[in-house]
Design a protein around this ligand. Structure first.
Ligand SMILES: [Zn+2]
Ligand SMILES: [Zn+2]
Length: 226
């Protein structure tokens, strides 16, 4: 007997099994991991197709969590950071648990509150080579780290660089109580000029306007400091 031809049609959306929710092409979704102890996978839906029985297959592009990348999680990776990979896949829509939002870095650091479904992405990730795009980002502080939006940073009044209180052996409270902050490089020379405008910043919200992420200046910075 001849096998019936499988007829597939493109669809724009499909229901999330067991819920009243619908996901659309272009959405970021959480997909059940095969290991129940693991957090759900995150993917971007590129395309969907349904067969005659309305079984929907989703064509996805995976987001990787830092721990799933070859180099693993690094100190500057945020808790909600994801990398948009070049790893594509086809999955049953039944594995979709729900929708999530993958913000740009710029929008993520402006969020007033970060919900469970909020993530951000600032790097593309090449799954085979482990490479990142962009491969260089601005670095801050004496530790010369890219900005982790989960960290509190304080800006030096003189050089305008941003610093982790911890890296200067200061508590967040100590930094908050300072009239003006000067980093160890600028502090000694500027002791007598401290009366000017006070600038005290901490937290993600204040960092947004002045952060320079994306500029390829890591190498310059390293040269200057050594
Ligand atoms: Zn630091
Ligand atoms: Zn400084």
């Amino acid at each position: 007997m001849a096998k019936p031809r499988v007829v597939k049609r493109q669809v724009d959306s499909c229901p999330v099994k067991g819920t009243a929710k619908v996901v659309k092409v272009g959405d970021a979704v959480l997909m059940r991991a095969s290991d129940p102890g693991k957090p759900p996978y995150v993917a971007k839906i590129e395309r969907m197709e349904a067969d005659t029985k309305n079984n929907v297959k989703v064509h996805v592009r995976w987001y990787y969590r830092p721990e799933e990348s070859l180099r693993g999680r690094r100190p500057f990776h945020g808790a909600k950071e994801l990398f948009l990979s070049d790893h594509y896949d086809i999955q049953s829509a039944d594995t979709i648990e729900g929708k999530c939002v993958v913000h740009t870095f710029k929008n993520y650091i402006k969020l007033e509150t970060v919900g469970a479904e909020d993530y951000f992405c600032r790097f593309e990730y090449q799954a085979i080579s482990g490479g990142f795009i962009p491969d260089r980002v601005a670095v801050y502080c004496m530790c010369e780290m890219p900005y982790n939006p989960d960290d509190v940073m304080v800006q030096c009044e003189a050089c305008k660089d941003w610093f982790h209180p911890m890296c200067m052996r200061l508590s967040i409270e100590q930094v908050e109580n300072m009239e003006t902050f000067y980093c160890p490089d600028c502090g000694p020379q500027l002791q007598d000029k401290k009366s000017k405008s006070s600038l005290k910043r901490n937290g993600v919200e204040d960092v947004k306007e002045e952060s320079k992420q994306g500029e390829p200046k890591q190498e310059e910075r390293k040269r200057r400091k050594r």
